[in-house]
Each structure stands twice: as structure tokens, then as C-alpha cells.
Design a protein around this ligand. Structure first.
Ligand SMILES: C[S@@+](CC[C@H](N)C(=O)[O-])C[C@H]1O[C@@H](n2cnc3c(N)ncnc32)[C@H](O)[C@@H]1O
Ligand code: SF4
Length: 384
């Protein structure tokens, strides 16, 4: 079990916690700040990289992911220095995937060539909606025309460009979404992330929702229909779901995110970043300080980490199940049994299979499209 992470690979997540404006639906660790000292941030990242590499030496690094926040606000030189350091601290895989999340504004598009020269080879762009009225409702500061222009620039710089859309938005009908998704697919290259709008507590949308002022949201049934239509339309366009919210031409899946879902090891640096690393055969959950200033201060003292929790075999098995069932291919039953030291309850498997939520084929357990639409309930049933 010590080497279980080898089944999932090894990646590096770098969190950049700043945005130009805060979107009202978003509960990611993102802040608006006018004074960002890129040099101070780079020094902090470099110190965290060194600390992390000391614990995980000699690993082959498969992927790097710059997530946020809005990493397309990072100076290309900062991105380049982080990539160079990671390449020298671990053994870089020949085909290392290096993704950067970008907002589709004109300013960020101007930096794309710099990111490419820094070593980034994949862009994930938050387009969110394909009409200006809805972009405004989502509090976005770009127009569809700007997003399309930024996407074209990204395409000219990178072979791999994915984009995100949010559906089940205010006043959106099933027919609206079908038309919007079809339009998006005509522009997509080989990967799309399609998220159902979640109303998160503590966000501006959450506050409005709790006092009944977020109007026009689709009913649960209608949102579920949108989910199923998403599966069907993407599949018909050759971009089937490989995960609950992610669609790709086979072979173009996000390798970094696959590390999470296959329960591999990953180092997480930057404010609020989570990691899962195996040190001396023990798998550990790590979490860094959430507030940017607290994280910077902690890194200046030599360690940005706030929490470090060894995971029991049971916890690892549960996490593996929760992550891997998100994948269309599902999980490896033998691997689950090895981690858990027991098998899954047969009566529950039979019941979930009977009601069309899961399938079991040889050594794989997978959720069906209906099951993935209500995945949390399926997982709860299996783990209870
Ligand atoms: C960390 S954000 C980063 C992307 C980038 N900052 C941007 O907004 O373009 C990743 C993606 O999560 C999705 N997202 C964030 N909050 C969401 C919510 N409450 N419901 C559904 N999707 C959400 C958006 O599609 C967003 O592009
Ligand atoms: S959705 Fe993206 S741009 Fe908007 S606040 Fe969240 S991280 Fe920032």
C-alpha cells in the first residue's frame, strides 16, 4: 500500500489567489488586491517548492497546474521561474503537462505568448456563458466578443485550450442551454468543463439566495435535465464526459485533474492549497494557510503549511472511492479492497445497480450518467 500513489501519478498545484474582480457565485480562495509584489510571491513559491521537494525527492513530475484565482494575472517571468524550479527539483516527465487557468480578458491574452515561452502547454479559460446578458448577471467583466478573441489568441499559442461554462443559470431554459452548448462545441478544440451553477454559502449569490432575491434559478428537475442533455450533446459531438463535469476527445483529458481523481500524489503550494503526498509509505493530507498574507508570513518563516494529517487506511479508501467514482471509467475494485482491507457491501452494490445508478464490470465499479447526476447520494449510500 505504501506505493499506492503510483497508481495515480504525481503532480504539482500552484495556487494564485488574486482576481481583478470577485464574481458573485465564486467561493474559491480569491481576493482583489491592487498591490501584488510578484517578487515576494515568487520567493515564497520557490521556498515552498524546495521544502516540498525535500520530502518527495526523485519523483517523476507528470503535471503542473496553476490555478486560482486568476493565474493569468501572474507575470510570465514568475510562471517561468516556478516551472524552472519544479523541473530542477523533481524529475520532469518527458511529456509534462503544464496548465494555467486564464480569464478571457484582452490583458491576459497579451500574456499568452509569454506563458508559452515559460513552458505552459495547456490553457484552461473561464468563459462561463456565451451571451453578454448572462455574463453580466454572473458578474463577469468580459464580453463574449472579448472571450472569443482571447480564445483565438490562446489557440494560436497552444495546442491544448479548454474552456469552462456554467449552466443552470438564472432564467436559463433547457432549450437555451442546448443551443448554447452546441455553439460552444463548434468552437471547442478537445476539452470542455461544464459546471452546474452551485449557490455557495458566503458568496454574494449565497446571500441573495438566502433572502429569496436570486430569482429565475431552474428547479432541481430542470437542472438535472440540463445535466443529462449535456452528456448526450457532448457525446454526439465526440467529446464524451470522462468525469462528472469534464468532457474531452479521448486522449485529451486533463492529466493533472486525473491525478486527483485517480488518487495519485500531488503537492499543493500557495494560499489554501491542498496536497496529498506519500512520505515514507504514509499518505498525508496537507493544507496551507488560507489568507494570502498569513501564507506569505508563514513561508517567510520557512513553512506555509497549516495542517498535516496522516490518513488512515479507511480514510484513504473512502477518499479513493469519492474521487474515482467521479470518473466515467469508475474505480478499480481491487485497489479499493487493498486500501480498505475489505470489500464494498454487496447488498448496497446490488441495490444501486438495480436502480440504475452504478455498473460493475469485472474489476471496475462505475456510476452511470444518472448516478453521476446524483453522485453525492450514491457515495453516501456506499459509505454509510
Ligand atoms: C477557480 S475558477 C478559475 C477560473 C478563472 N478565474 C475564471 O473565472 O475564468 C474555475 C471554474 O470554476 C467554475 N465555478 C466557480 N464557482 C462556481 C460555482 N459557484 N458554480 C459553478 N461553477 C463554478 C467556473 O466555471 C470557473 O471557471
Ligand atoms: S470565478 Fe474566477 S475570476 Fe471569478 S472570482 Fe472566482 S476565481 Fe476569480
Amino acid at each position: 500500500m505504501a506505493d499506492d500513489w503510483r497508481n495515480g501519478g504525481f503532480g504539482l498545484y500552484v495556487h494564485w489567489p488574486f482576481c481583478e474582480a470577485k464574481c458573485p457565485y465564486c467561493d474559491f480562495n480569491s481576493h482583489v488586491s491592487i498591490n501584488i509584489d510578484q517578487k515576494q510571491w515568487l520567493d515564497a513559491y520557490l521556498s515552498e517548492l524546495k521544502r516540498s521537494a525535500t520530502e518527495t525527492p526523485e519523483r517523476v513530475l507528470n503535471t503542473i497546474f496553476f490555478g486560482g484565482g486568476t493565474p493569468s494575472l501572474m507575470a510570465p517571468e514568475t510562471v517561468a521561474a516556478v516551472i524552472d524550479a519544479a523541473r530542477s527539483l523533481w524529475r520532469p516527465a518527458n511529456d509534462m503537462e503544464i496548465t494555467l487557468e486564464a480569464n478571457p480578458g484582452s490583458v491576459e491574452a497579451g500574456r499568452f505568448a509569454g506563458y508559452r515561452d515559460a513552458g505552459v502547454n495547456r490553457i484552461s479559460m473561464g468563459i462561463q456563458a456565451m451571451n453578454d446578458e448572462d455574463l453580466r448577471r454572473l458578474g463577469r467583466i468580459h464580453s463574449v466578443a472579448e472571450a472569443r478573441a482571447a480564445f483565438d489568441i490562446a489557440r494560436s499559442c497552444f495546442d491544448r485550450v479548454s474552456f469552462d461554462l456554467i449552466y443552470a443559470r438564472q432564467y436559463q431554459t433547457l432549450e437555451d442551454w442546448r443551443a448554447e452548448l452546441t455553439e460552444a462545441l463548434s468552437m471547442a478544440i478537445d476539452h470542455l468543463s461544464l459546471y452546474q451553477l452551485t449557490i455557495e454559502a458566503g458568496t454574494a449569490f449565497g446571500d441573495r439566495y438566502s433572502v429569496g432575491k436570486l430569482r429565475g434559478l431552474p428547479e432541481d428537475d430542470s437542472a438535472a435535465d440540463m445535466y443529462l442533455a449535456t452528456q448526450e450533446i457532448c457525446e454526439a459531438h465526440g467529446m464524451p464526459a470522462y468525469e462528472v463535469s469534464n468532457h474531452a476527445v479521448p486522449g485529451a483529458e486533463s492529466r493533472h485533474n486525473l491525478i486527483y481523481w485517480r488518487y495519485g500524489d500531488y503537492v499543493g503550494i500557495g494560499p489554501g492549497a491542498h496536497g496529498r503526498i506519500t512520505v515514507d509509505g504514509q499518505r498525508i493530507a496537507t493544507e496551507t494557510h488560507l489568507a494570502p498574507t498569513a501564507w506569505l508570513k508563514a513561508t517567510a518563516r520557512g513553512n506555509g503549511e497549516k495542517l498535516r494529517t496522516p490518513l488512515t487506511a479507511e480514510e484513504q479508501a473512502n477518499e479513493y472511492l469519492m474521487m474515482c467514482l467521479r470518473l466515467t471509467k469508475g474505480l478499480d475494485i481491487d485497489r479499493y479492497c487493498r486500501l480498505a482491507g475489505r470489500s464494498l457491501p454487496q447488498t448496497k452494490l446490488d441495490y444501486l445497480q438495480e436502480i440504475g445508478m452504478i455498473t460493475q464490470q469485472e474489476n471496475r465499479l462505475a456510476a452511470t450518467a444518472d448516478g453521476r447526476a446524483v453522485l453525492n447520494a450514491v457515495i453516501r449510500e456506499l459509505l454509510e
